[in-house]
Design a protein around this ligand. Sequence first.
Ligand SMILES: Cc1cc2nc3c(=O)[nH]c(=O)nc-3n(C[C@H](O)[C@H](O)[C@H](O)COP(=O)(O)OP(=O)(O)OC[C@H]3O[C@@H](n4cnc5c(N)ncnc54)[C@H](O)[C@@H]3O)c2cc1C
Length: 537
Amino acid sequence: MRRWNGWGDDAKGYQLSESAWAFLDDCLGPGKPPRDITLKGMLSRLPPALLSDRPGISTDSETRLRHNFGQSFSDWIAIRYGRVGRVVDGVAFPRSTEDVRSVLSVAQNAGAKVIPFGGGTSVVGHFSIDGSEQPVICLSLERMTALEELHEDGCLATFQAGVPGPRLEETLQARGFTLGHYPQSFELSTLGGWIATRSAGHFSLGYGRIEGLFAGGQIVTARDRWVIPVHPASAAGPDLRQLVLGSEGRLGVITNCTVKVRRLPEQQVFSGSFLPGPNAGVDCIRAISQSGVGVMMARLSLPEETRTGLALKGHSGLRAIALEGWLGLHGVHDDACLLLVGADGSPARVRTTLAETNRLVRKHGGVVIGPLAGNTWYKSRFDFPYLRNTLWERGYGIDTLETALPWGRVHEYIGAVERAIHKGFEPDSERAHVFTHLSHVYPHGTSVYTTYIFRLSDDPDANLARWQRTKAAASEIIVAFGGTISHQHGVGHDHRPYLGSEKRPEGMALLRSVIREADPGGLFDTGNLVDTKETSS
Ligand SMILES: Cc1cc2nc3c(=O)[nH]c(=O)nc-3n(C[C@H](O)[C@H](O)[C@H](O)COP(=O)(O)OP(=O)(O)OC[C@H]3O[C@@H](n4cnc5c(N)ncnc54)[C@H](O)[C@@H]3O)c2cc1C
């Protein structure tokens, strides 16, 4: 069953070895396990629903609780410490586009707002409804998961928008196809959620981001049903799919999505290499992204992440010394960067792609270690989010920050953002363990993804204050470097104050007018993305 107060399936876990705990203890000091509130305790704190029973809308307390939070750090503070706040007043489970229309009309008659809920994996505060005096109905898409049509010749598949990653891929792969979209939240996130937040998956280099995969679909707005037809290409004015992508529930409910699928590749191979230091690492992954060599995935862990990854996997003591010794012999020392690449297609194509990639690795002074590291990453790639539960239970919090920048600013930005995170913990005489990777690379720039682990305080308010301070400082750095406030997680409430810097006043005004046109009464206005009441950025 899905955990109500953390990540994933409660039957699954992520165990750390004693040496991994010792590593964290060394970096941060020992954690003190917090006292989590129980489900019963949490339910007893739930405010009464501001909505009387209506057909098709559940006001059951546990159902409301389970559809009220995402996965941002502030959500974790709320669910672990029992900071309940305002909670959705009812949950609807439509099965079809017609049902969605009925829910919207019930909501309009009840003077309620509506918030679509896909997998609830948002990490940027999409589900905060604090401040809403009107009732709020969560429209969960969990019963809208069907494959409606697969055009095998045209490589197009139409799904209901609530289909979660595993079900979508199982359905396609049983028919010999794949979408190839694997965000790390794959286990729980949904197709509609990916589109609504402009998601990027691990294989974005080969398969593209969701905006390249979304071909058309249906969205139910406060006014009507809006259909975006599928064309192989079009020069008929602006592409309206771009309005739906990243709309974060503000334009309406995406109910059906047609996506571009591919035939399953014959072979898929992953390989690992070590590069001697961050400059060589970044130069090498940039060369890979610009070479057209055709890898479908490339991911570079900078030195601290490489060291941390090995330590958390329990590679300490003799094994680590042996690895270091072997790398040292090949000219790769303490600041090694782990590079993982993936290639797919026919065996001949995979061979050529990896041979060319390995040539680039060697040209940058790197050492190819082959499939072991790549396959280990591949097999455990969806386990990492479970580490959030494990760390919390031992008294450590974890959060991530991401942006995308031109290549020329990458090193300077990483230094600045990592320093800002460290500084965020200094006023409380605490430390953060900070590490960074590049996992979505483009010829003209890259995403930069930074993770930080820190000790939890006994005081939930202190934890929240530290996190808010750090997040604000890091977001200011992103803006100062001209990075985007989000490469893949979206805007929600957490990034909203920074959106105006990149969209500019004219862009913000356009966005607001589009939202007002689709939703004049503010049916979907729970504060995500933009403040439509404002007149300037
Ligand atoms: C551990 C972890 C790892 C992650 N890794 C990645 C990653 O690798 N790449 C990445 O891109 N993101 C990642 N994310 C962020 C998150 O998973 C994505 O933003 C994802 O696309 C959200 O999908 P969801 O179905 O869970 O949407 P939700 O969280 O349910 O919703 C997000 C927003 O979209 C709206 N929405 C959802 N469905 C619809 C719909 N059908 N119609 C209209 N609006 C809708 C919601 O109202 C909300 O505003 C990660 C999150 C976690 C917790």
